[in-house]
Design a protein around this ligand. Structure first.
Ligand SMILES: [Fe+2]
Ligand SMILES: [Fe+2]
Length: 532
């Protein structure tokens, strides 16, 4: 009987090697570095002092830090995980070591002469996968040939799994520092992210299916099948009511996630969607407020709060096109997003470059340069989006840091004004090492590290940006404040937090000038009756 739906409060956590999956755990080189320099280090530290971890996860000042948040003390299980990792991930551990050795080799021997003799000394694990290069100032580095690494034994989609569990509240601990140990409450599906069975599963959020068909497709039997049955319901979800006016509507779903719709098109930016079906203190749009087909998903940049597999994989069957910023080629810190998405089952990945345009129906999407917020690393997989529907123009700048206001003068001279600007103002971002530390092969002095941050615009920079586009409305977003975003944003602001002070100033400034200005939180819906 085709009568079961997947309950709306079932979380499917995507995992790689038992750790919460994010975009650096798919490309083989960044995965290898994260295994040795993040996962194994957190594991060692926990085994050495579980009490430090237990205390740290209770301290709000350490939210998002490298501490395991386990329900009870699990030293033996974590020690087993270490043994398993060392034993079964030997080739990835070797790859990580080879990256470190190659950096050392280049520092020592690449001093301006031809690099050709050094190929013989490239560590075995990387031979044939790198090109050695200098920049014009004789600074040596290497370029990874990523498509080959994905085809090599370093990429194994069977390290991927999904952990299904039922939630009853928004409160979820920060996910990136705690491995999922085997015997926790979640039902573990050992299944690659690209598998079509997952599309069948997530379709059941809205289309009923038979319990035996989906259990068979997922290979479930015995207690797992019984457990899975408890995730299903016969209750039909509310059907989605599409926007059918003559203008446009946008809806804020939390953090940087906005859905823009006309009666003909839908565009979803940086998807991060809440679950529903449990008591909620903050109103929000959720999965039931998404259309059956999403024409374009736009991704702004490769940070864990903007590329969230936990939302994206369940939406994959609805997404017609996913637009990603074009990255550099082969830089360790800038893995190619098109390749990454293709290797987790997205078949319709479109790259967009700076000032490049995608045109469909009466809509134009232009990639706008995104400065900063990446600790001065050469990361090119970042882009703002200028979305024009008819003559209605919206600019989404995400976390872009307006470190050089002349940039936006140049851009507005070319593309003109924007009616609406969405501006991230997380102006006290984490230091470089928080995200990119595992990729460094030489430690960075603490004062340098803390001077290089993942920070967005403050009041002054935000004001210049909005002025450059003569916007009539400005919305501060991407602040990670909603309770259902904290598990990934690790942000808990107070009224005294600088990003709140700075964004309050911005709102006050523009409100005084007669411009609509607000900081988005929870849910928001705005209609534009006519845009032609
Ligand atoms: Fe960011
Ligand atoms: Fe962000």
């Amino acid at each position: 009987m085709n009568s079961y739906y997947l309950k709306p409060n079932i979380v499917a956590e995507p995992l790689v090697d038992g750790w919460y999956a994010w975009a650096h755990l798919i490309p083989p080189a960044t995965l290898s570095r994260n295994i040795t320099e993040r996962h194994l280090k957190i594991i060692e530290s926990y085994i050495e002092s579980p009490e430090t971890h237990e205390a740290a996860v209770k301290d709000p000042r350490l939210l998002g830090g490298p501490f395991m948040d386990l329900k009870q003390r699990r030293v033996q299980d974590v020690a087993n995980l270490r043994e398993r990792t060392l034993h079964e991930r030997g080739h990835l551990i070797a790859l990580s070591g080879a990256i470190e050795q190659l950096d050392g080799l280049l520092r020592e021997k690449a001093v301006g002469f031809s690099l050709e003799p050094l190929y013989r000394e490239v560590p075995q694990a990387l031979r044939g996968y790198v090109e050695l290069v200098y920049d014009l100032n004789n600074q040596p580095s290497f370029r990874l040939i990523e498509p080959l690494l994905y085809k090599s034994p370093y990429h194994n989609c069977w390290l991927q799994s999904m952990a299904l569990s039922e939630i009853s509240g928004d409160d979820r601990p920060f996910v990136l520092s705690t491995p999922r140990l085997e015997d926790e409450d979640a039902l573990r599906l050992q299944i690659p992210f690209a598998s079509q069975q997952l599309d069948c599963l997530f379709r059941m959020k809205h289309e009923p299916s038979s319990e035996s068909a989906i259990s068979d497709a997922l290979g479930l039997d015995g207690p797992d099948q019984a457990r899975f049955r408890s995730f299903l319901t016969t209750e039909r979800p509310q059907p989605y009511s599409a926007y059918d006016g003559d203008g446009a509507r946008w809806r804020y779903f939390g953090h940087a996630c906005i859905l823009v719709e006309t009666k003909d098109i839908s565009i979803l930016i940086d998807p991060l969607i809440s679950y529903y079906g449990y008591p909620q203190e903050v109103d929000r749009f959720s999965d039931m407020d998404l259309p059956d087909k999403i024409d374009y998903v736009l991704i702004t940049h490769n940070h864990q709060d903007h590329i969230l597999f936990e939302t994206l994989i369940p939406l994959r069957h609805k997404i017609k096109n996913i637009v990603v910023p074009r990255s550099s080629k082969g830089l360790l810190q800038d893995p190619n997003l098109r390749l990454m998405f293709e290797h987790i089952g997205f078949k319709n990945v479109v790259e967009i470059d700076e000032m490049e345009t995608i045109h469909f129906q009466d809509c134009l999407i232009t990639g706008i340069p995104f400065l900063g917020e990446h600790a001065d690393l050469n990361v090119q997989a970042k882009i703002c989006h200028f979305v024009q529907i008819g003559d209605f123009r919206m600019l989404f700048v995400a976390d872009s840091n307006n470190i050089e206001p002349r940039l936006y003068d140049h851009i507005s001279a070319i593309i003109g004004n924007a009616d609406v600007v969405f501006l991230g103002m997380e102006c006290d971002g984490a230091p470089l090492s928080w995200l990119y530390g595992p990729l460094l092969t030489e430690s960075l002095a603490r004062d340098k590290d803390s001077s290089r941050r993942l920070s967005g615009s403050n009041f002054e920079k935000g004001k210049c940006l909005v002025d450059a586009f003569g916007a009539k409305e400005v919305y501060v977003y991407a602040m990670g404040q909603e309770p259902w975003c904290e598990f990934i944003s690790s942000i808990k602001y107070t009224d005294e937090s600088n990003p709140i002070i700075q964004s309050n100033r911005l709102i006050e400034h523009f409100t005084n000038k007669g411009i609509i200005a607000e900081r988005l939180f929870g849910e928001r819906e705005i209609f534009y009756n006519k845009y032609h």
